[in-house]
Design a protein around this ligand. Structure first.
Ligand code: IMP
Length: 431
């Protein structure tokens, strides 16, 4: 049975949660492979709404084993809190498996994230201030602390001492903040170890055996293509490999075992945090997209920046992720517009780009002029009740097929509302 990677094809918040939730039942394992509690989506369970930040959404189904892979960074406070909230709602966390190799977010990572943003001032990244970047920094500096280190107090203390020798200098001398003692952190973190211990496993082994046994695996990407540390709009990115390739690194399952890659795109585009955004709308159209689309972050509550669909980005996402399918979300939001624009290329300094330009400065308003195609809309027609492609107004059908042509991959899933059943399947198969 095949495995599928699900990735955001824009700047995040594309509705990955809804699509994961929809297709997850076809899978035996749902694996987070990067990021941490900077992600967030709301899942509906019966009459309850739950915001998940760290635990894979497969937790909602008792036929699925949810896995937090080695590429994830784990804040144990958040993990334990999320587990408790799920249990309180009657959702068992017993099946949750956590990689021993995943790195742990420490209190000083969170302090340093905030302090660094403050120091950057107007050049700040706009991070979620969850300590994600500083934790990955330590991973690559090889002074990170992993989940398995919690198993042995002596090792945990030793590693903490090494890390604190540097962190306390930075906290106190550069940022004028208080430092930490080893005891202080041990007192808080070692009890977490007792809760996490039964869930710890060698997850690469587990997943490779599962694949060999014909199990279906879904790799659930967090953040998105343009927030990827390598392929995103650096430095306004997150600190992990969000793209499909990251699924292999962050889980220990090799690339020959990835069979499908589905990219998720909104029918328009949004971004939170700083950084270039060629189709950003600064006028009332942008505000209307924000209000009708309910564009406020689940994790930080921040208002999202909004713009028209950008096909240059969609093609780029198709390339760097090897997309086999695309899911288009929030098509219903566009019912509020007479005409709809799609960016097909960029014009900048006398050059036309139908691909992502080499120099990022091209993407800023000072240089870039998006080349738009303006399509007739389906103004005022409520499409939230449509359940087949044929039921959509002709102009909505045309919009979807036009995007499909521009991106070069089938739009196999189209979402017309937030609920699970407000979805049109156009040939999607996880088989
Ligand atoms: P960090 O991941 O907290 O370091 O933030 C780095 C950048 O990624 C910032 O622009 C954040 O707003 C953005 N970011 C991180 N997680 C998400 C997400 O789940 N959705 C959208 N943007 C995100």
């Amino acid at each position: 049975m095949p495995s599928t990677v699900l990735v955001g094809a824009q700047w995040g918040d594309e509705g990955k949660g809804k699509i994961t939730d929809l297709i997850a039942q076809d899978f035996d394992y749902v694996v987070r492979y990067q990021g941490g509690n900077n992600a967030g989506h709301t899942v509906i369970h019966g009459d309850k709404k739950l915001a998940l930040h760290l635990i894979p959404s497969g937790i909602m189904y008792d036929t699925i084993t949810p896995v937090i892979g080695n590429g994830v960074v784990i804040d144990p406070r958040v993990l334990v809190d999320e587990m408790a909230k799920l249990e309180a709602q009657g959702i068992s966390c017993e099946r949750l498996v956590i990689s021993c190799d995943a790195h742990i977010i420490m209190p000083y990572h969170i302090d340093l994230d905030g302090a660094s943003e403050k120091r950057l001032g107007k050049n700040k990244i706009g991070t979620t201030r969850r300590g994600i970047g500083p934790c990955y920094q330590d991973k690559f500096s090889r002074i990170g602390i992993r989940v398995q280190d919690l198993l042995d107090e002596k090792i945990f203390r030793q590693k903490l001492e090494t890390a604190l020798a540097e962190k306390n200098e930075i906290l106190t001398k550069i940022y004028g903040m208080p430092g930490y003692t080893v005891d202080q952190i041990c007192e808080e973190y070692l009890p977490y170890a007792e809760i996490i211990r039964p869930h710890m496993a060698e997850t690469a082994h587990l997943l490779n055996r599962a694949y060999a046994d014909g199990k279906n695996i879904l790799f659930e990407g967090a953040q998105a293509t343009l927030l990827d540390i390598d392929h995103g709009t650096y430095p306004f990115v997150t600190s992990s490999s969000c793209c499909a390739g990251g699924a292999c690194i962050g889980s220990g399952v090799g690339p020959k075992k990835v069979d499908k890659v589905i990219g998720i795109s909104k029918a328009y585009i949004t971004r939170v945090g700083s950084g270039p955004f060629p189709t950003e709308l600064f006028d009332e159209t942008g505000e209307k997209l924000c209000q009708i689309g309910g564009e406020y972050g689940v994790t930080t509550g921040r208002k999202r920046r909004t713009g028209w669909f950008d096909a240059v980005i969609a093609r780029y996402a198709t390339d760097v992720n090897s997309l086999t399918d695309m899911a288009l979300t929030k098509l219903d939001v566009l019912s509020a517009f007479d005409t709809i624009k799609v960016c097909v290329a960029y014009k900048a300094d006398g050059t036309t780009y139908d691909y992502f330009p080499m120099q990022q400065s091209v993407l800023y308003p000072k240089h870039v002029e998006p080349v738009y195609e303006e399509l007739p809309g389906w103004y005022g027609q409520d499409i939230t009740g449509c359940r087949s492609f044929e039921e959509l107004p002709a102009n909505a059908q045309r919009y979807v097929t036009y995007l499909e042509e521009l991106c070069g991959v089938p739009m196999s899933i189209v979402a017309v509302g937030p609920d699970r059943d407000q979805t049109i399947f156009r040939g999607w198969s996880s088989k």
